[in-house]
Design a protein around this ligand. Structure first.
Ligand code: KDG
Length: 350
């Protein structure tokens, strides 16, 4: 097991330098600048207002992507479409936001696919452990035939799915002790998304998983209702989970995308040219957001270590043990998701 000696040293001096480190961290977490708006002004009838709700906070990559979306849509509609952003689950968590779209009280949201698996079973593809070995494989699936078909399939139940962005590769954190083997998970209460595969993964690894909305997670960690959770580094930092979690393990166990959704009631009120504008803006937002997420990933991991989090980097043998231990999850879910679809994704990474 390689606990980064640097981390132990850093945590010793971390307390003293915390003020300075926080300043360095905020300065260091420079996100790639929001690109200029590409494309002509779209002329169409009517003025429209979009409330766009997300669960992650204002300091995450997702919000940065939304700021670019807002810039594109307002500029290319010459101000006839105004976009208002609501981060941090202000207007409700993922499932509440989706039902608000269906009832027409909210125009847009971009949840992770995982909480929506009961509505769209094929989304469970993204919850299979270790299925996406690289971001490039994820892009090929999201931007390729599979991803486009999923957007069409998800354009139902009062929703219109217009694009993909990235939550990212998920890492385990906990407040109890370093984890470098499934045995170390014994008895640990791990919060998962409201998703049956994630419950299966952590149960199979020997932990005690409990499903919970993202909006309730920080408080549950702070009060010790759960010992741990798993999210990408950028979400761990932007949600300040490192303030209530001392240990992390770089597992990269699942790749989670965000799906960009529009209320069908709102969509039908838009002229065709404005619908096309939103599709183009969602694509540009998703590409930029993925770039931000990947540019920041390693830097934020380092900043979390600098802030005193003890990060365990698994050796190839230890990673193999995790992968072999969760392999039975595929047997449980292959037929429900569709073996052909899983094999297609596996073929992409060959
Ligand atoms: O709205 C935020 C959630 O979509 C997202 O962060 C989900 O990764 C997630 C989690 O852990 O709930």
């Amino acid at each position: 097991m390689k606990t980064t000696t640097m981390t132990r040293v850093t945590s010793l001096i971390g307390g003293a330098l915390l003020g300075l480190t926080a300043l360095q961290a905020s300065a260091a977490t420079e996100m790639p600048p929001i690109p200029d708006v590409k494309g002509d002004v779209v002329k169409a009838d009517g003025d429209f207002k979009i409330k766009f709700s997300i669960g992650t906070t204002q300091s995450g990559a997702q919000y940065r992507g939304l700021e670019y979306f807002e810039k594109i849509v307002e500029k290319r509609s010459d101000g006839h479409i105004q976009v208002e952003l609501f981060p941090g689950a202000q207007l409700g968590d993922d499932l509440q936001a989706v039902s608000a779209l269906q009832s027409g009280t909210l125009e847009m949201t971009a949840p992770s696919t995982s909480p929506l698996v009961s509505m769209f079973p094929k989304f469970a593809l993204f919850d299979l452990p270790f299925l996406f070995p690289t971001p490039e494989v994820a892009d090929e699936v999201l931007d390729g035939e599979i991803g486009q078909q999923m957007l069409e399939d998800a354009s139902t139940n009062g929703l219109v799915a217009i694009g993909w962005a990235e939550n990212g590769y998920r890492q385990l954190t906990n407040s109890q002790h370093p984890v470098s083997s499934p045995e170390d998970l014994d008895g640990l209460k791990i919060r998962t998304m409201q998703n049956p595969i994630h419950l299966d993964i952590w149960r199979t690894l020997g932990a005690n998983p409990t499903p919970m909305s993202f909006a309730e997670l920080f408080t549950a960690l702070e009060q010790g209702v759960v010992d741990g959770q798993e999210n990408p580094w950028i979400t761990i930092q932007s949600s300040k989970f490192n303030e209530v979690q001392d240990y992390a393990t770089e597992t990269n166990h699942v790749y989670t995308p965000f799906i960009t959704l529009v209320s069908e009631r709102f969509w039908k009120r838009l002229p065709d040219d404005y619908q096309q504008l939103l599709r183009e803006a969602a694509k540009q937002m998703g590409d930029y957001e993925r770039h931000v997420s990947r540019t920041m990933n390693d830097q934020i991991k380092q900043e979390l270590a600098d802030s005193g989090m003890q990060i365990t980097e698994l050796t190839p043998e230890q990673m193999k043990t995790f992968q072999e231990t969760v392999a039975p999850v595929y047997d449980d879910w292959r037929d429900k998701i569709g073996g052909e679809l899983i094999d297609k994704v596996r073929a992409v990474s060959q």
